[in-house]
Design a protein around this ligand. Structure first.
Ligand SMILES: C[S@@+](CC[C@H](N)C(=O)[O-])C[C@H]1O[C@@H](n2cnc3c(N)ncnc32)[C@H](O)[C@@H]1O
Length: 307
């Protein structure tokens, strides 16, 4: 049986790569609970609670509890320490892209596409200028879970919000246009926590679609992991976590080279800036710590404009 069997049918937040959306929500809940929090995401913990026992990974929702779990020896404790380090990075990453959206709307952009939105709640928690439309693309069952949870919380979007339930390995541009994206107006595109999970060909096609639908003045922000960051999955702490919880991260993150967004967009005449995760963290007054070295420290946070 292939490790990716069943993936063509899509996934929810407790199966396939959808689990990573819940994992990120758990880290945002942890960040929100910190005294020195860089973000405030009141819905993140709600998603984790709602997934409840169906959750296949141990995801403590408060930093204090996580730190306590992180004490000790052995593969489990090592994994939890890694998760805590990852949460520190996710706080930084989320805040970086929050600030980038502020800049994009300050420059007049009123159209936003969040690619692989997962449990991103920016439409509900950021203040958007009047006339802003946010499109969220992800798998149908991921968006369904999110919409039901947000409705139960009485959450109200602070912009016009459209969900586009589709697989990003397919041709997704028509679905986005049908939902109302205006390609003659500038768009701010975000690919946060997506590119490692896309097969190389789909990633290349995604860049081409973004370029084709981007009017002058459009912007793109993305996270790109060095392919060597995947080596962490071979470490004993990951192997133990995967065995115990039946989560196959190696299947989620296809091996091999994939197009580097910085190079691709530069080649297509976009103005690209890149920063390393560790440097961005320091700008926000945070040190990522040894556990995260080589994984999050070296992640690239990229911003680009086609002005
Ligand atoms: C690590 S999560 C990141 C979610 C969100 N961007 C965030 O930062 O909170 C990865 C997301 O990518 C989505 N994803 C991965 N491959 C996809 C595909 N082929 N089509 C649609 N969504 C996909 C998953 O469903 C999941 O929500």
């Amino acid at each position: 049986m292939s490790a990716r069997e069943g993936w063509d049918e899509g996934w929810d937040v407790v199966s396939g790569v959808g689990i990573t959306a819940l994992g990120v929500a758990a880290t945002r809940a942890m960040e929100t609970a910190r005294d020195d929090a860089l973000i405030d995401d009141p819905y993140a913990a709600k998603f984790v609670e709602r997934a409840g026992e169906r959750l296949p990974v141990p995801l403590p929702t408060s930093l204090g509890a996580a730190m306590a779990l992180g004490n000790g020896a052995g593969e489990d404790a090592d994994w939890r320490r890694f998760f805590v380090a990852m949460a520190g990075y996710m706080g930084v990453r989320t805040r970086f892209f929050d600030d980038w959206f502020d800049d994009a709307t300050a420059s007049g952009v009123r159209q936003v596409v969040i690619l692989a939105a997962g449990l991103d709640t920016r439409a509900f928690r950021l203040s958007w200028p009047d006339g802003t439309t946010v499109f969220e693309i992800d798998q149908p069952r991921v968006l369904e879970f999110k919409d039901e949870a947000l409705a139960d919380e009485g959450a109200v979007a602070r912009c016009a919000r459209h969900t586009v339930p589709i697989d990003l390995r397919e041709d997704w541009s028509d679905a986005l246009l049908r939902e109302g994206l205006a390609p003659d107006r500038p768009t701010a595109w975000l690919a946060e926590g997506l590119l490692p999970y896309l097969p190389a060909e789909a990633a290349g096609e995604l860049f081409e679609t973004v370029e084709r639908l981007s009017a002058a003045g459009s912007r793109l922000a993305a996270e790109h992991m060095d392919p060597r960051a995947r080596d962490v999955l071979r470490e004993p702490r990951f192997a133990a976590m995967q065995r115990r919880h039946g989560v196959d991260m190696t299947a989620m993150w296809p091996e091999g080279e994939r197009p580097d967004p910085a190079a691709w967009f530069r080649d297509h005449a976009w103005c690209v800036e890149t920063s390393r995760g560790g440097d961005v963290a320091r700008r926000y007054g945070r040190v990522l710590g040894d556990t995260a070295e080589g994984t999050f420290d070296t992640a690239t946070l990229l911003t680009a404009t086609n002005a």
